[in-house]
Ligand binder design. Sequence first.
Ligand code: DAK
Length: 261
Amino acid sequence: MEFKNVILTKDKGIGTLTINRPKALNALNSETLAEICDAVQVVAKDDEIIVLIITGAGEKSFVAGADISEMKDMNAMQGREFGILGNKAMRSIEALEKPVIAAVNGFALGGGCELSMACDVRIASTNAKFAQPEAGLGITPGFGGTQRLARLVPMGMAKELIYTTNMIDAQEAYRIGLVNKVVALEDLMATAIKLANDMIKNAPIAVKLCKQAINRGMQVDIDTAIAFEAELFGVCFATEDQKEGMTAFVEKRKEKNFKNK
Ligand code: DAK
């Protein structure tokens, strides 16, 4: 599928979705949000893609937020529709039954920080900067920022970032647990690919079910979550990959031939 504002490529099990509006620092307008939704559906259906990496075009910005020039003159109903579309894009990433890695290559502001938080794992380059500047624009974060940030980092840190709108650098994002790793910009994609390959070496169905168990389990009480985990654990025993993984262990065989079945 051809897109105007995003680029979707795939290579050896890894899909890469690049937000590609470098002149606007990859800001998310409605068209881009709709294309993210479509691209994620393509990824969902493509069995050759096991892990997705999301990054921004250029060397300066991951995504500098929702497109302020488009939002500026919106009325309440247009704002509502924009919010619904943005949340659909974020949720489609979060609910994608494949791991998603954000390779944050610069500004991740507002909707950009929110996009990174909809991914499973964030890696940042040293020049990355994170902020939720919405309160300074007269709005609240609207693509899940108040919820995902408060779940990812200590609540006091989330509140400080959102109330002050202060920008933090990659090292501070690492210190508070917002990103897993900080690397030089030139090493960012190689690091993301290495991480993706560390995931790809495992049974894809098991990894997919782990994502389900963690994401859904976090929304409910611990007893319900553990019961859900037990169901998914049971399901694994209906897969060929469980037989292969355990047989390889018993045979002391390092090479495993997972078939995603
Ligand atoms: N939107 C549109 N254009 C943007 C943009 C953005 N968010 N960020 C940058 N650009 C454009 C600039 O306008 C400029 O365009 P030209 O003037 O060249 O045409 C170009 O990108 C380069 O930017 P700068 O010249 O400003 O570059 P600098 O290096 O000087 O500054 C910067 C980089 C990232 C610090 C600065 O551009 C900046 O502060 N950008 C805005 C960052 C920001 O506040 N982002 C958060 C947006 S708020 C909603 C749900 C969600 C949201 C809203 C509503 N609903 C439920 C309704 C989400 C809101 C947000 O994300």
